[in-house]
Design a protein. Structure first.
Length: 151
């Protein structure tokens, strides 16, 4: 008899606790688009980016500097109110590599070029002669909700 009473009380407690959930609904917002890798090649004449067009969303630049000097890469937007620097790397040694993550969230044109060297005023005023690359960003990429293994 005592075992039956204890069993019934345990069952009642379990049922009671399971009904204590919240009645509020949480916002099930979609995840951002999966990041896209873009390769950047820097040499003494120009900056090259592949692919040169991508949908809006997070982008990971994988950079190799094959120029003869250390260079810093700068990503700028070419918006209606002038250009605005979004991100830049520190100096990348010759034959070195770096990685830069940027959220290109608005469609439009973006410039990937050499950042001005700000170690001295003279160096910052001296143009490098390395031509920048242009990236065309289109409409936003879809959410990564249906992709396995994404954050």
């Amino acid at each position: 008899m005592q075992r039956t009473t204890v069993g019934m009380l345990a069952l009642a407690a379990t049922v009671t606790l399971s009904a204590c959930g919240s009645s509020k609904h949480f916002a099930n917002l979609p995840r951002p688009a999966a990041p896209v890798n873009l390769t950047v090649y820097i040499n003494d004449q120009r900056v090259s980016v592949s692919p040169s067009s991508v949908g809006a969303g997070p982008v990971v630049f994988i950079i190799t500097n094959q120029a003869s000097n250390a260079e810093s890469l700068d990503v700028t937007s070419s918006g209606g109110s002038g250009s605005q620097s979004l991100a830049d790397t520190g100096p990348i040694s010759p034959q070195g590599t770096a990685q830069l993550t940027v959220n290109l969230k608005s469609p439009g044109d973006y410039t990937v070029g050499i950042a001005p060297n700000s170690s001295t005023e003279a160096a910052a005023a001296t143009p490098t002669g390395i031509q920048p690359a242009l990236i065309k960003v289109g409409s936003p990429r879809p959410s990564s909700n249906s992709e396995v293994g994404q954050p």
